[in-house]
Every structure is written in structure tokens, then in C-alpha cells.
Design a protein around this ligand. Structure first.
Ligand code: FUB
Length: 376
């Protein structure tokens, strides 16, 4: 066993235990591990391939994925999925992502201590939901904080619901029904300088977007995509929110992602087509629609002139992280920009992920300087 492997194990133990991993489940290669000496404890963690990580986990006592960050009242709040180990093997539907509650993280400044707040809401308190509380997002308007939560309903169909609180950290109270007309996963709510808010959402494969291709849910639809590589890729959706932030004010529209020539990105273009994990931010009057390419594991971006697009594919933001999924958010805090993302540094298991953050910088023309999640 190399030293960095021992160090990684001791770093991960609190989160593994918090996630319900028992001693018996700890890989045998770690069984004889002894507490690290001071010099070992200081060794820089490395990936299984021996690479150094660009950033370290924000928290180590729970697994926190899909970090949606916001600045509220001058502080940074992160709304992640709370990953747990339900002992379900990995599959294309993502059944291994068996999360059941949400916990909020907060910090006064980048690099500052991170507070893990108590459970903000549990699936048992969401009347319409049955399981799999996946990647959430949050918004604020007129003294109320809104938590947007995708989960499977009682029929196993992903919907998106909302819960409210007077505090950014909850507890949140769920609306009795999901948002009317909502489907699929990964809500990202963007509040424009105009005062309007928009929800971007959707995800293919386990996120079920392909099963809504006709406008109605097809329970027998594909587990992955439509197998139509030469057709335009399935589009993420956008809908303006009602003034009370609890419903769609319009029927969701397709978010068009086009190439330099203005042609839709095709379904077979896995390096550029939308998979899941929408995020939107505005900078210099331009709207940046950012997303995960899923099975090719990039965070990519496309730029448009309105919140509805079309958005022109512009490039990559983040190369593949350790772990299958990649999911991010981007905020401006005190005139600097920050990328929040996750990887599996602490567990090396796809469904037990850790949120991280790192600075994001731009070129003079507004393009993003792409990041590698490893230092070498
Ligand atoms: O966390 C469950 C799912 O994994 C999210 O909804 C996707 O974006 C992916 O990160």
C-alpha cells in the first residue's frame, strides 16, 4: 500500500461512516491500516492514478454532490444532493443514487470554514415524492427562500417540486404537489436582472428526458437516449416561473444548443450534446448556459443573448473528474467567479461524491479558461 492510499482512507472514513458504510464494507486492502503519522497525514491526496487534485472537498463528514451555489446576504450557500450508500449496484438509470434528504452548506468566503446545516427536508416530508431526491437548486424572492427538488413521484416518474423557508438553510416546507407540467431532473433557477426567474431542467438516461420526447411520458421508453444520432440532440427545457416562484408561468420550451453555423448539436455528438446538469449565469450582458455532457464527462457551455437562447456551443469548462457524473454551478462573489463541482475523491465510488470549489477565470472576449480537475 502506498502512503497516499492510507491517507485517502483516513480522509474518507468519517464520510463513509456517515453514509452508512460499515467496517465490513471497507475494501480489504485497507483492513490493516494504522493511524497515519504526522508526515503521512500531511501528504497530498492523490487519485487512484496518482494525480493530484485541483481542489479538496468542501466537507468530509458527509457526501455532498451536485453543488448548486448561491450568494444570499453576502454569504455563500451551497445546495447539494446528500449522497448515501443504499447498497444498490450502478446502472444506467442511476438507481444507485438513492438520496433521501437535503442538507445545506454555507461559508462566509471562499476557502473559509464550511458549515453543514441540519437536514433541510427529508423525502418523507415531500407529500408527492417517493425516493431519489436528486440535484436541487435554490432561489430567493421577497423574504422567502425556495428549494427546488427533483424526485421520483409515487409512480416512479421524476418530477420537480418546491419547498419554502424563511431561512436559506431551512427547514423547508414542501408544496403538496410537484410543479404542474414538471418532469425529469436537475432544476436550475436563474433570476435575471429584469426580475424574472427561469427554471432550466432535464436530464437524459436515468433523468428520463428521452421518455418525454412526444410530450407524454412513455414508461417503456429507452433507458438511455432515442438512438437517433443524426437528429438534433434532446434539448434541455426552460420555463419562466410564476411571480410566486411555485409554478411554471408558461409551457416549457426547448433550450436550443447550436454549433458555430447555427445548426443544432446532434444526438450523436456526445462530446457536445446536452446530457444533464443545467446551469445559467449572466456576465457582460451574455447568458451562459452550462451543462454536463454525461457519458463523455465534460462540463460545457453555450452562450446566448436571451435567457431562452439559442445558445451557441462555445467550449469546455471542466475536463472529466474522478467518478462517472459531473455536475456544477457557477457564481460571482465579490467580483471573482467560482466553479462548484464534485468528484469521488473520498470514496472512489460513483454515487458517493464530494463537492469542491475553485476559481473560474475568463478571457477578454468572455470565453472561459477551461479547467482540469487534476494538477498533473
Ligand atoms: O445526483 C444524481 C444525479 O447525478 C444528478 O441529478 C445528475 O446531475 C448527476 O450528477
Amino acid at each position: 500500500m502506498r502512503l497516499h492510499q492510507k491517507t485517502a482512507l483516513f480522509a474518507v472514513l468519517p464520510a463513509m461512516f456517515a453514509a452508512g458504510v460499515t467496517i465490513a464494507q471497507i475494501p480489504a486492502r485497507h483492513a490493516g491500516a494504522i493511524p497515519p503519522s504526522t508526515s503521512v497525514a500531511k501528504a497530498e491526496p492523490r487519485s487512484p492514478e496518482g494525480k493530484r487534485y485541483l481542489a479538496q472537498p468542501l466537507v468530509t463528514t458527509i457526501f455532498a454532490a451536485d453543488p448548486s451555489a448561491h450568494v444570499f446576504n453576502g454569504k455563500i450557500y451551497v445546495y447539494p444532493s446528500h449522497d448515501v450508500d443504499a447498497g444498490i449496484p450502478d446502472d444506467d438509470l442511476g438507481n444507485q443514487y438513492a438520496m433521501h434528504d437535503y442538507r445545506v452548506l454555507s461559508m462566509d468566503r471562499p476557502g473559509g470554514p464550511v458549515t453543514i446545516h441540519p437536514v433541510a427536508i427529508d423525502v418523507a416530508q415531500i407529500p408527492w415524492a417517493s425516493k431519489q431526491t436528486w440535484a436541487p437548486d435554490a432561489a430567493y424572492k421577497n423574504g422567502i427562500y425556495y428549494l427546488y427538488m427533483p424526485a421520483r413521484d409515487k409512480q416512479g416518474v421524476f418530477r420537480i417540486g418546491v419547498a419554502t423557508s424563511k431561512s436559506p438553510t431551512g427547514p423547508f416546507k414542501a408544496e403538496p404537489q410537484p410543479i404542474r407540467g414538471s418532469f425529469s431532473i436537475d432544476p436550475a433557477v436563474f433570476s435575471d436582472t429584469t426580475g424574472e426567474s427561469y427554471m432550466y431542467f432535464g436530464g437524459i438516461w436515468g433523468g428520463q428526458l428521452q421518455r418525454w420526447a412526444t410530450g407524454k411520458f412513455d414508461p417503456a421508453g429507452s433507458d438511455t437516449d432515442l438512438k437517433q444520432d443524426d437528429k438534433p440532440a434532446l434539448a434541455p427545457k426552460v420555463a419562466r416561473l410564476s411571480a410566486d416562484m411555485k409554478q411554471f408561468a408558461e409551457t416549457p420550451r426547448d433550450v436550443q444548443i447550436v454549433d458555430k453555423a447555427g445548426k443544432p448539436i446532434l444526438a450523436g455528438d456526445h462530446d457536445r450534446r446536452f446530457f444533464e446538469a443545467s446551469w445559467m449565469f449572466k456576465r457582460g450582458g451574455k447568458y451562459y448556459f452550462t451543462y454536463s455532457t454525461g457519458d463523455t464527462h465534460f462540463i460545457a457551455y453555450a452562450v446566448g443573448d436571451t435567457p431562452y437562447g439559442p445558445f451557441r456551443y462555445t467550449g469546455r469548462i471542466l475536463s472529466p473528474v474522478q467518478g462517472w457524473t459531473t455536475h456544477h454551478s457557477i457564481i460571482e462573489f465579490k467580483n471573482r467567479w467560482w466553479l462548484f463541482y464534485h468528484d469521488t475523491q473520498l470514496s472512489n465510488r460513483n454515487h458517493l461524491r464530494s463537492a469542491k470549489m475553485t476559481e473560474l477565470t475568463f478571457n477578454a472576449d468572455g470565453t472561459i479558461k477551461p479547467l482540469d480537475p487534476f494538477k498533473d
